[in-house]
Design a binder for this molecule. Sequence first.
Ligand code: PLP
Length: 384
Amino acid sequence: MASVYFDHNATTALDNSVLETMLPWMRNQSGNPTSRHIFGRTARDAIENARAQVAEACGAHISQVIFTSCGTEANNFAIKGISTIMPSMISQQILTSAIEHPCVSRPAIALQQQGYINKEIEVDLNGKVNLDQLKILLSKPTGLISVMYANNETGVLQDVDKIAEIARSAGVFFHTDAVQALGKIDLNFADLNVHAMTISSHKIHGPQGAAALILDKKVDIQPLLHGGGQEKGLRSGTENVAAIVGFGAACELALKNKSIFTAVTRSLRDQLEVGLNALNISIFGNKVSRLPNTSFFSINGIEGETLVMALDRKGYAVASGSACSSDSTEPSHVLLAMGIPADLARGAVRISFGAHNTSAQVSNFLDTLKNEILRLKQMSAIAA
Ligand code: PLP
């Protein structure tokens, strides 16, 4: 049975036109971009072309784009790189929201083990960061704030521009993880006025293995990797030319297709949620601004993991919370932070649409979902 892919927040299929731009860099002799000969210079030009495409897609200047191997690396770089230049580390706070991806919360926890003060900023029932609590926390010496733009599970958007204003007036470095925002909503580094922002290629039909930290040039930061001094000394290591070229092409494509993506996925999401409402299913974060393609919901009395496996057998690829932690049966930390009871949080299922999904797929899915819920509830009634 052909599977229908409803898991675009986890990763996206490589676009064919993107693949075409990458193939020459994989097939032919490609020089090391730091070499002075023609092979090296050609590879360097390809990287600089990709840098311009990436900068254009997120409203940054080319000099602000630092290529990394993945969003996880860019987030680690922002957090650890700033922490090493914070004045007196023991007395400085690192503030992250309670709903961050583990590649933000775990570096902060690792720094706590080295003596930094690591505090979480709460979110409300809708998954929005509590700005009043942030202001109170900032009365203590703080070196860094990291709050994501769009949550990977609920899709809920934070008021990043407001947080940037608060951070700038407190003189604190502010980083935002915009991995889920790129290509799905308008994203403009200059307008947001943040110090640093993470984006990643494989969420926008680009290849895995390329991402970027967009960094305000005035910020002093230490690299994670020391070596040959690539990326202006901020990320040593021979560049992955094919992946970076693909990332650039995917950015250009995402920019061109953004309004189609928004219109198509929003209409599919609305269609899905009309069906979910008719089944009395709780939807999370639907009262505030969200990514257009994401719906996160829970069915009382059914484990999210069980439903995900049942739907997989019926030909639908969906997620139970974050893909990066899907080997864990713990309830979603995002929902717990929003004050959702653990039982309901354990039943959470995420659908994230792409522009290639169709209305027929959604209506067939709703029929399947209804049948599977009925079947699983009957089975648990028999077992009880
Ligand atoms: N941040 C968010 C919000 C994500 O959803 C993900 C991946 O799922 C990442 C960071 C990690 O990005 P990458 O997979 O490129 O390491």
